[in-house]
Write a protein that binds this ligand. Structure first.
Ligand SMILES: [Zn+2]
Length: 489
């Protein structure tokens, strides 16, 4: 067993050592909260995205895809409320100049301290209304509280700076999370646009385009995979929260008079759970649902639940599921002054559809897969990744690198498998065979094939299974059918 606090360090080290991800702009000292995905990371990320797309678009009859522009009109973000409400409450330590999110500072403090002790301090606070403060202490969440209330909580508990331990903060200030972009090259003649803060708005502003250009009928979903950008301060934790990140979002449009939203909500919960457990192979005991309280839920949402994963730094949101009513389409209809209703072909009723939105951070899925599959004992470190996701599907080794007959035969098998297998196939002749196995175990390669002297005599090779380390010998002509069955390709 590995101590949990150690686990994150080990995963970050392995991710860099084996080419999953590197700190962004590392050569020039780095840009905080950005990451570059290396040869293994990009394969894993792509496999997760392809599986998501297959599961939620190709295998369904009622979802179509979209790929909207990253640069988008400022009016989109005004209508969606992002330019006004989409802000982080930040606070600066006057002593050591650390800048942190006030909600993180407070929530970490609440987690670490006894609820009854904190409630006693709240009771002793005699400046009127304390119900919302008591609720924050009990739920250990401060979402929905004003900047002034956050200031009060920090003051009541005399919360210290996590860096220098002094209690000497500025007032809480709000910073907008959207990245502005200046369009046009002539100064003074530029117009403001934004890098998108979420992919969801692309589905809302293209809702009418999709309806008019395809054969979709309610209920139906529009799905999108792509990058979003948020200018936020984060507490680290690898790729859990970064300035640019990849989202997988679906807006599922329906007529609330014809479709029961509660049933639909439960159906989506089941699909998300199945994708995480059966699709990505995550252990059920590390997942849980958490319903948002009235305070943290957006005012227009009737229900929001998060699928959370037990990361080494605690249970954290992986995937949000929200019933957003028809708030977004209403906002865009009003702001654009264009009719976004559709007409029911049977009843001729005009409908402005409601939506249920499952929204997941793909990079969080990747981090989850790394955490969930990491195993270590005295002998080796292994990523027991589902073969569907493994960055390298198969590695082929010549037993000895200095025997041309073995190398030639290995290369022949490698090229043949490469042409047949969908995914990355590796050929490795460096170092001794034991080191090659260890290197493949660390990136989660399900099968390693070794070409030895017996191969040259009887056209058989050994195949080693990553999880059991057991080896079987099989004929080369049966290799592909053996692998395709095990890899489910
Ligand atoms: Zn400080």
């Amino acid at each position: 067993m590995i101590a949990m606090d150690n686990l994150m360090d080990k995963i970050v080290a392995l991710a860099k050592r084996r080419g999953f991800m590197y700190p962004g702009s590392d050569l020039y000292g780095g840009v905080a909260n950005t990451y570059d995905y290396g040869p293994m990371g990009v394969e894993l990320l792509r496999n997760i995205k392809n599986l998501w797309w297959k599961y939620f678009v190709h295998q369904r009859a009622d979802v179509v895809g979209l790929d909207a522009s990253l640069i988008s009109h400022q009016k989109i973000w005004e209508a969606s409320g992002h330019t006004k409400g989409f802000a982080d409450a930040l606070i600066d330590c006057k002593n050591c100049k650390l800048r942190i999110r006030a909600d993180h500072l407070i929530e970490n403090y609440l987690e670490e301290h006894d609820t009854d002790d904190l409630l006693n301090l709240i009771e002793a606070f005699d400046k009127g209304q304390i119900e919302d403060l008591k609720k924050a202490v009990e739920t250990k969440k401060v979402e929905g509280l004003s900047s002034g209330r956050l200031d009060e909580i920090i003051g009541i508990f005399k919360i210290p700076c996590p860096n220098c331990k002094k209690h000497d903060f500025t007032k809480v200030r709000k910073f907008n999370l959207l990245f502005p972009v200046q369009l046009g090259i002539v100064e003074g003649d530029q117009s403001l646009a934004y890098l998108r803060g979420e992919t969801a708005q692309g589905m809302f502003v293209n809702f009418k385009n999709v309806v008019d250009s395809t054969r979709v009928r309610l209920p139906f979903g529009i799905a999108q995979l792509g990058k979003s950008f948020r200018n936020e301060i984060t507490p680290g934790n690898s790729v859990f929260r970064t300035l640019e990140f990849e989202q997988g979002e679906i807006e599922y449009f329906f007529d609330p008079d014809a479709t029961n939203w509660e049933t639909l909500f439960e159906d989506w919960k089941k699909d998300m759970w199945d994708f995480a457990t059966k699709g990505l192979g995550i252990k059920e005991e590390n997942l849980r649902w958490r319903e948002h309280s009235d305070e943290e839920r957006s005012f227009y949402s009737k229900r929001t639940e998060d699928l959370e994963y037990k990361f080494p730094f605690g249970f954290k949101e992986l995937w949000g599921l929200a019933y957003r009513t028809n708030y977004d389409l209403t906002q865009h209809q009003e702001a654009s002054k264009k009719d976004l209703t559709i007409v029911d072909p049977i009843t001729n009723k005009k409908i402005l559809p409601h939506v249920i939105e499952p929204a997941v951070g793909i990079n969080r899925l990747l981090l989850m897969v790394l955490v969930d599959s990491f195993k270590q004992d005295e002998k080796r470190t292994v990523l027991s990744i589902s073969p569907k996701l493994a960055p390298v599907k198969v590695a082929v080794f010549p037993l000895l690198a200095n025997k041309p007959d073995l190398v030639e035969k290995a290369k022949e098998i490698y090229l043949d498998l490469k042409s047949k297998i969908s995914g990355f196939v590796a050929l490795d002749a460096r170092g001794n065979i034991g080191k090659r196995y260890l290197a493949q175990d660390e990136v989660g390669t399900p099968f390693c094939i070794t070409v030895d002297f017996q191969t040259l005599e009887d056209q058989t090779v050994t195949i080693r299974d990553r999880d059991t380390t057991e080896q079987v010998r099989i004929k080369i002509e049966n290799l592909y059918s053996y692998l395709s069955d095990k890899l489910k390709i």
